[in-house]
Design a protein around this ligand. Structure first.
Ligand code: MHO
Length: 203
């Protein structure tokens, strides 16, 4: 299916960004993912010179199929919101893109606190600027499956990181998604038999 005309974007810090890149990438309704650095003020962060930034995943999704609140449910369930991070690099943070997101995120944070009676350490802040991480951090799981990654890079070139296919395969290779979802994605792929069997072998 062609990508939707209109997408919305969410940005979350939830520990090492490889994990959430795969987790969200496997979800139906997610169009593309990317990982990067945000949440600080220092100029031009990179992995080895992060300054005051945090590892974040950015999720572009189809608002007709997923809501921001659906994504927040996955966010809260998949990091440690009650623990103060020992490194700012890995802190939990919702970086909101607009006022409606801020309200939904604040509400979900408060709901978690009142449901559990525990203090949530994860912050809700507004996103200032997102810096794309180095290529080798994008779709990390998929990149360690060289036959497939090489083939996809051949097909997509520079659009590799931004492709829905790369997001899904990265997620499946990390163990996410069910067999129906996998079959649907595989049926739509025109990978060579060699690459396809390499993916299946690793699932
Ligand atoms: N796996 C690494 C973290 C990498 S993540 C991009 C580690 O455990 O040190 O920060």
């Amino acid at each position: 299916a062609p990508p939707p005309e209109r997408t919305e974007t969410a940005t979350f810090g939830m520990g090492c960004f490889w994990g959430p890149d795969a987790r969200f990438g496997a979800m139906d309704g997610v169009v593309r993912t990317r990982v990067g650095y945000a949440g600080g003020t220092d100029a031009d962060p990179s992995y080895y010179s992060l300054g005051d930034h945090t590892e974040v995943v950015q999720i572009e999704y189809d608002p007709d199929r997923l809501s921001y609140s659906d994504l927040l449910d996955v966010f809260w369930a998949n990091h440690a919101p009650f623990s103060a991070p020992h490194k700012r690099q890995y802190r939990g943070v919702v970086l909101t893109h607009d006022e409606p997101q801020r309200e939904v995120a604040e509400d979900s944070r408060e709901a978690l606190e009142s449901r559990t009676g525990k203090a949530v350490e994860t912050a809700v802040e507004s996103l200032d600027r997102f810096y794309l991480a180095e290529d080798y951090h994008q779709k990390y799981e998929l990149r360690s499956t060289p036959v497939v990654a090489d083939e996809l890079e051949g097909v997509y070139g520079d659009a590799f990181v931004d492709s829905t296919v790369a997001a899904r395969l990265n997620g499946f290779l990390a163990g996410h998604g069910d067999s129906d979802q996998r079959d649907a994605v595989f049926a739509a792929l025109d990978l060579t038999p060699a690459a396809l069997s390499e993916v299946r072998r690793r699932l």
